[in-house]
Structure formats: C-alpha cells, structure tokens
Design a protein. Structure first.
Length: 389
C-alpha cells in the first residue's frame, strides 16, 4: 500500500514558479497546462518540510557550515542506493549542477579547448561550452528504431580533439541509462586521449522500476581518477529552489583545483536550509523515491497507451527520469507546426525539441511528475489535437 499521496493537486500559481508563473513569457500564453520545467508538481516530502520548519523556528539564520552528518548522509545514500563507495572528503559543494559543470570547464580547461557533448541533450550543456569560449564538439546520438545509441567511431574522433567530456547519465532528455559496457567504452576512449569526464548524474535516483543506474566513476579507480560526478537532492526530492548539490571527485589534484575555484568565488558556504533539506532527504527518502517512480511509471503507461493508440506520436522508451521524449516524426509536421498546435490547440506547454540541439528536431519533452488527473488532461488534449484522421 502506498504511503505517499501523489494524486494531490497543489496550486502553484503566484509562487514565483518558473513552470507556472513564466508561462506567458515562454509560451506567450497564460492558460495552457505547463509540463515543461523539470521540477515536480508533487509536494516536497513531509520529512524534508518538517526538517526545514524545525530549523526555521530557530530565530537566527546566521553563517553556517555543512556538518559531518551532512557529508555522511551523502556517502551513505550513494552506497545504499548505487553501491558506490566514496569518502566524505571527495564531496565538494556546488549551488547547482549547471553551475558545477560551468565551474569545471572554467577550472580544468582553457579557452579554445574542445569540450565534447552528446546531443540531443540538456540545453545548458551547449552554453556552458560556448559562453566560456571553448570549442563545442558534438557526438550526436543515433536514433535507431526507437532506441538511442552512441556512434563510438565519431565519439573517438571527437574525443581526440577534446579536453573534457560532459556526460548526461541518465540522459536528459532521451531517458537512457548508459549500461556498463557503453560507459566503460566511453571512459576507455577518454583515458586514451587524456579527456576529463564530467558526469551529470542529477537524475541518478529517478530510476524507473526494472532498471538500474550505473555510476561512471564507480566502474574502477582508474575511471574515477578522471571523473567529476555531479549529484543533487534537487530533482530527487523536488527541492531545486534550495540550491544544493555535490561534485564528487576522488582525484586529489582535480578536487583541489575545483574546490579552490569555488572557495575563491566565496560560494562554498551554501544555503543553510538546503543543507538541512538535503540531509533529511538522504536519510529518510528511500521509500518516497521508490513510490514516486512507481507512480511516474504508471503515468508513462497512460501516456504511451493513449497517444500511440490515437495519434502518430511515439513515446520513446525511457529507463529513468520523469521527463519523457516524444517522437512526432510520423505526424508529418515540422517543428513550428508541432509547437503551435501544442500551444494554441492542445494548450499544453512542453519543452521544444530543437532546444536540445541536433537530433531534437520534431521531438518534444514532457514532464510526467504530476498528479494523474493533470497527466490525463494533458494526454486527452494532445490526443484530440493530433488524432489520426
């Protein structure tokens, strides 16, 4: 029997929510159902809210530090959930994962260096490279009969020109968990060419039933030695607004360079309530995450069954995350037509595929971390709008 209520609908309007209160800015419409930004429409778990409220009742919110207990909670969580053994001092603070890989690029590469990514991929990967005057190298994923694969010949060609590789694992937006063989092959190529790996594993806890996440740095000490692993409680426990994440670095030289940069910017202090919330989540969140992903899986089944029965939209099989990648190729519509029909006819706001780079054309990303009634409404609207004639 489920312990947590994911059916409860929360009014998020006028809470300074990007997903809800910036609809008009992004879609030029205030009345659509927003399923774009990657946070959840579920309550942040009660045990996290209680921990924050308890600390908030203390009348002083002064300078604070992250305790030994905070570090222990991260180490114990990744051991328990991912069978990855780390040390507390490997964890370096970051206010977020996007800042983390920007900091890594600034710290560990120089202008003109090549940085490798695998589109279609989370759009800040592109700007983190180009904004800092590094050379963008793209190993486009291959969409083969509904499954995304890696073109390893192209990967090695691009890696030979790179200083750093930004890995998305699990992959956002296509939902792939890269298996051990794929990860080892990428890592071996990076070791061969002296490429540092920054592994964005922010979705590593959001694994759908029947799948298993593989930590890149957990494969061997040699792979860990060239890898920075980015994790956070933000996606896992719906607390992105508390700006707390970790970069796990076993290599002393890389860790000292990265931590030195963070300290030089005076960012290492972090957020008092983020630390409290993070520890509460990692200590008490196992059951919540398990029930969450079972619920998301049912939302995916609902989406897939109805869309694929009534429309030419195909739901790309996903192994992780609560975002799902939708294939509009068989509709015969171009990107602009797809976007306009979604916004003005279906009145559903999704993430536009081309923003994820090459390979995103004629795809859309939908967020299914929402109460069933909202998902049913979104699916009903899209089914009616794109119904096969």
């Amino acid at each position: 029997m489920a312990h947590y209520d994911f059916d409860k609908i929360i009014n998020r309007n006028q809470t300074d929510s990007v997903k809800y209160d910036l609809r008009n800015w992004y879609f030029k419409s205030d009345d659509l159902l927003p399923m774009w930004v990657a946070d959840m429409d579920f309550e942040t778990p009660d045990f996290i809210r209680e921990a924050v409220a308890t600390r908030a009742r203390h009348p002083i919110y002064g300078y604070s530090f992250r305790s030994q207990s905070y570090a222990d909670s991260i180490r114990e969580w990744v051991e328990r959930r991912h069978q990855w053994t780390i040390q507390n001092d490997w964890c370096v603070f970051s206010p977020g994962i996007v800042p983390a890989f920007n900091f890594a690029i600034l710290t560990l590469t120089k202008p003109g260096d090549g940085v490798l990514i695998q589109p279609p991929v989370y759009f800040p990967f592109f700007s983190s490279v180009t904004d800092h005057h590094r050379k963008l190298l793209q190993n486009q994923l291959v969409y083969n009969q509904g499954i995304y694969e890696i073109d390893f010949d192209d990967f090695e060609k691009k890696a030979s020109q790179a200083s750093m590789f930004l890995l998305s694992n699990p992959h956002n937006p296509v939902g792939r968990i890269w298996n051990e063989a794929e990860l080892r092959r990428m890592a071996d190529i990076c070791r061969k060419h002296g490429v540092i790996i920054v592994s964005d594993e922010i979705h590593n806890d959001l694994i759908l039933p029947g799948s298993k996440h593989v930590v890149m740095a957990g494969l061997s000490p040699e792979i860990a030695d060239i890898t920075l692993t980015c994790i956070a409680p933000s996606k896992t426990f719906n607390m992105a607004g508390l700006a707390t994440s970790s970069v796990i670095i076993s290599n002393v030289e890389l860790r000292e360079k990265y931590a030195g940069f963070i300290n030089a910017l005076h960012l290492s202090g972090g957020n008092l309530f983020g630390a409290v919330a993070s520890e509460a989540g990692y200590r008490r969140g196992d059951r919540w995450v398990d029930e969450l992903m079972q619920y998301v899986q049912q939302n995916i089944y609902l989406l897939k069954n109805q869309l694929e029965e009534l429309t030419d939209i195909r739901v790309v099989d996903s192994q992780a995350t609560y975002m799902v990648w939708l294939d509009f190729l068989k509709t015969g519509l171009d990107d602009e037509a797809i976007k306009m029909k979604l916004i003005h006819e279906a009145k559903v706001g999704l993430s536009h595929g081309p923003t994820f780079g090459p390979g995103g054309e004629r795809f859309q990303r939908i967020n299914l971390a929402a109460p069933r009634k909202l998902v049913e409404e979104a699916v009903s609207r899209m089914s009616a709008t794109f119904k096969c004639r």
